[in-house]
Design a protein around this ligand. Structure first.
Ligand SMILES: Nc1nc2c(ncn2[C@@H]2O[C@H](COP(=O)(O)OP(=O)(O)O)[C@@H](O)[C@H]2O)c(=O)[nH]1
Ligand SMILES: [Mg+2]
Length: 452
């Protein structure tokens, strides 16, 4: 087994940078690369930080202010002997340390290789490893908290249990097909149907929770919509915290849809700036922009409808208010600095705020209101599917199982059914990692960060 090493902190100047090492050479490397300040070490006590200097021998340098930590296998992240060097966080120094470790016989870890070893050594199950990766990558606090709530290994246990039940059904069926007539092995058909239905229900529960997990990844998709020239791009830039979209007094400036992932009060939101909607444009480009906008709005989880509260209410405003009533929508009545036109004095049927993006009037209430309107998570009890791969495994298992039940109900109950049951068990095994090809495992860990 090779000893692997990698920088596991971000490659930016920072107070501290960490290089992680795992494998059989760790005890040797410690004595070559690290000199403790106290003569009491080595041997290094597991799990304790020891102060000393870094010995970059081939480069002829000694770097002070380094902490060294040894983790004895199997009680380590990977299950092997591991260690970490906590150095001053200069990326050049960290790269030099990795070079030195390579000279000493280590190889540079591939993305996810530490966690892969942890999985191979039974320290972590496959689904929890995926959740860990999601935890690192999620862009919102809510996503992070959801990922943290999934660390207990519940998804693994659920998938494992479903697979065991499928295998039990499979062996009962196979036995009845092979020996049924001679040895009178009969199966209780009612019990069988009940078990199949219950298993299908379990699949449905898992799939229902996937939409929550999608929020982990992308957050809510929100479109900023409204008439031309009301301040949509100004709002987009305000929420994105930067000048992304062109703001211009001339109507019809925004034709392409701009997209930005932002965190608004703890929830991740993919924000879309769209072309203004109006009825009378004869500009082909603008018409195309409006067509795309309508399609996008259909796909989004919610809409921020922007209006110019200082101008009279037009037909298009009424239409927009009406069509957005049935979806999560926040009405932003902008340009309060220019005064309010009497036609905008009514009480809207949706959450609304009157503000001025130009002067900042009442803008501080915007984010809490956005969170209230779009931030509700409907989390069901039970484990959460976190990645597309996990969802695909459950969908595949479900459709095979549905075929089994359909065939069963139509009394067409032979080898075909056995094959479908086997496919369902296979898909569940892939989810839990109980049966997974090297190719799939490679793909899962390739998506991890280096050093994880
Ligand atoms: N007076 C005033 N003008 C605004 C306000 N917000 C945006 N504008 C201006 O309205 C014009 C259109 O803004 P823009 O964001 O491009 O609107 P969009 O077409 O809806 O994207 C620009 O000249 C903005 O500076 C506001 O609160 N008050
Ligand atoms: Mg615009």
């Amino acid at each position: 087994m090779e000893t692997i090493c990698a920088i596991c902190t971000a490659l930016h100047p920072a107070a501290v940078g960490i290089v992680r090492v795992s494998g059989p050479q760790v005890p040797n490397l410690a004595s070559i690369l690290f000199k403790a300040k106290s003569s009491a070490y080595p041997p290094f006590p597991p799990g304790r930080l020891v102060l000393g200097t870094l010995q970059l021998r081939t480069q002829g340098r000694e770097i002070p202010h380094c902490l060294f930590c040894y983790f004895a296998g199997p009680h380590s992240y990977t299950g092997e002997d591991c260690c970490e060097f906590h150095c001053i966080g200069n990326p050049i120094l960290l790269a030099d340390l990795v070079d030195e470790l390579v000279v000493a016989g280590c190889s540079v870890a591939k993305p996810g290789e530490f966690t892969r070893r942890a999985w191979e050594n039974g320290r972590i199950d496959l689904t929890t490893a995926e959740i860990l990766n999601e935890f690192v990558r999620t862009r919102s606090r809510a996503g992070m908290l959801l990922a943290a709530s999934q660390f207990s290994g519940e998804l693994f246990r659920t998938a494992h249990l479903i697979r065991e039940r499928l295998i039990h059904l499979l062996s009962t069926l196979e036995a009845s097909i092979e020996f049924g007539e001679t040895d009178r092995i009969s199966i209780n058909k009612e019990e069988m149907a009940r078990e199949l239905r219950d298993l299908l229900h379990q699949h449905d529960c898992l799939l229902k929770n996937f939409s929550t997990a999608q929020l982990l990844r992308e957050g809510r998709r929100i479109a900023i919509s409204g008439k031309a020239n009301v301040g949509k791009s100004t709002l987009f830039n305000y929420l994105a915290g930067q000048e992304r979209a062109i703001v211009h007094p001339q109507p019809g400036t925004t034709r392409d849809i701009l997209r930005e992932i932002v965190e608004l009060g703890g929830i991740a939101v993919t924000l879309h700036d769209t072309a203004g909607l109006r009825t009378d444009s004869d500009d082909g480009l603008e018409v195309e922009g409006m067509r795309r906008t309508r399609r996008l709005i259909e796909e989004c989880d919610g809409v921020i409808l922007v209006a110019d509260g200082s101008a009279p209410l037009e037909e298009i405003d009424r239409t927009l208010l009406r069509v957005n009533q049935s979806r999560p929508c926040l009405l932003v009545i902008n340009k309060a600095d220019l005064g309010q036109h009497p036609e905008w004095s009514f009480k809207p049927d949706m959450p609304a705020i009157r503000l001025s993006l130009r002067t900042g009037l009442r803008c501080d209430s915007l984010i809490p209101l956005l969170r209230e309107t779009f931030g509700k998570f409907d989390i069901e009890e039970g484990p959460l599917l976190v990645t597309l791969r996990q969802k695909e495994c459950v969908s595949r298992s479900k459709s095979s199982l549905q075929m089994v039940l359909d065939a069963y109900l139509s009394h067409d109950f032979e080898e075909v059914v056995v094959e479908d049951l086997r496919l369902a068990a296979q898909a569940m095994g892939e989810l839990s990692g109980d049966v997974c090809s090297t190719e799939i495992i490679d793909r899962i860990f390739a998506d991890f960060c280096i050093g994880k």
